[in-house]
Design a protein around this ligand. Sequence first.
Ligand code: SF4
Ligand code: SF4
Length: 246
Amino acid sequence: MTSLPQQTDRKLGLVIDLDTCVGCHACVVNCKEWNTGGYGAPLSDQDAYGAEPIGSWLNRVHSYEVTPEDAPAQIVHFPRSCLHCEDAPCVTVCPTGASYKRAEDGIVLVNEDHCIGCGLCAWSCPYGAREMDASEGVMKKCTLCVDRIYNDNLPEEDRVPACVRTCPASARHFGDFADPESNVSKLVAERGGMDLMPEQGTKPVNKYLPPRPKQKPDADLSGAKASEPKAKGLLGWLDSALEKLG
Ligand code: SF4
Ligand code: SF4
């Protein structure tokens, strides 16, 4: 399925730094808390303390052991949520128009009043970023905390997504990718920010900063710059990891 990416005035999204994420799940928990206590229907949990708990989480973190060439094995923590794609298949396939991408800022949202819970958007999303709420019977997804970022009732420092506000490692950054001078655009330019699975043609707005290979204890650090190209190679495992996650 091909279509022209939707042009939007702004491109709000996240930069996630895989080099500094420590996998603490603070962003996961604060996302759950904010989206349960605030916007739309709460994110339900069922059988939370039972043998087979299920629940809606808009942001998850997966951890992998990766062994790059000529470098020690290392753990990479991979936070996963909606990437607010420019050419979003979840919007294209939605039969009711409940899934939509906002022209003013590019945020992809679900109108829960129009969602019939058919699940087509979840099947079409290559990143597994949508979550069916079993209790509500509607599809849930990251809203980029649209109810925080424009909320004049919050202190200015809180007008960012809950995950960004809570990250103790400053691994998450929020901004406008349409502005080349924004914090996120500069980070992507300086650190080689990457798309997830670009071959899918979804043109994700969110970008990932690659993890840097760790040095062996006896490494000659004067040549550290020479190892930077390998950092991009470290992201190769993400494709197969995402395929397994479905
Ligand atoms: Fe849609 Fe998935 Fe892209 Fe989010 S990451 S906009 S849910 S296709
Ligand atoms: Fe990683 Fe920050 Fe999320 Fe912790 S809060 S898991 S460091 S992105």
